[in-house]
Design a binder for this molecule. Sequence first.
Ligand code: KDO
Length: 336
Amino acid sequence: MKLTLTRRFLMASAITFTALAASGSLAIAQDKPVIRMSTPASETDQRSVALATVFGPAIGEFATYQPHYNASLVPQGSELEAIAAGDLEMSITSAQELANFLPEFSIFATGYVHRSAQHQVNVFSDPLMDPLKEKVESELGVKLLAVMYLGKRHVNLRFPRSEKNIMTPADLAGVNLRMPGSDAWQFLGRALGANPTPVAFTEIYTGLQTGSVDGQDNPLPTVVDAKFYEVTKQVSLTAHLVDLNYIAFSKAVWDKLTPEQQAAVQKAAEDAAQSGREGQLKKEDELVAFLKEQGLEVYEPDLNAFRTHVQAQYVGSDFAKAWPEGALEKINAIAD
Ligand code: KDO
């Protein structure tokens, strides 16, 4: 793991330094630390909006929140290394990215484990997370402050249903499904029955447009925000992952804050996560109608077939071997 971190560090740092040099950013502005937050998400994504309107203002007295969208500062998947290297102060990171360093996190990247937005919150505040959060701090120098709701991921394809009707995992055989480029994501794509193809988030639209991929998976708010509906014809509501991002904050920066400032950052993160969750849930409710108006076919597949197939792929996998003893049972027992 150390070796991987070191190698990836060097690669990430090289990329990051170039981006940072180009942005000419300063670590300190007007005597306040600058909290640079990098994400592949757009400015209009509900998580971005919540951080800009709730988190930023709440810490404004003692720090300057500086968001960078569309992976313009740090490439998708390199944010944790950038924070650990001191090149970035904040990101919203996925369990899949954390699993690159701490394989235990793959449990939260596993299909059909989290059941809802509230379940994510309850799992994140459960004592079972304490040793995991401590490990992220001690090994990566990153504090996980709160859990942000991304939404239920569904399969979204270029083809109309008359060409490809996705009712069971068998229907995804041979479908080149874009998934983000880490092992945990690719495994999930295979577990769904598809042929996963790693592509960066910012390249998905073009991939769908040109046909270099057959489809992608993301929650409905993302399908709309990133305009994937313009280049796709159907959404099979597989709900295979109730997806999240953790608000990840540099421990080195945290340690320089006063206890009052730390409490303010913590509260700001929780309030922003709550605000973003509400926005995202509302959009998920509304957007089926919007997508249908745009001419997409939106339908429910055989969820039992998907759940059974996906869960069976994880049993005995290397990922499952890394999960803390009894963790899955504990997560299943946590209320929504
Ligand atoms: C994606 O690349 O499909 C994904 O949804 C993965 C998430 O973890 C998250 O990084 C997200 O992209 C970006 O924030 C863009 O919405």
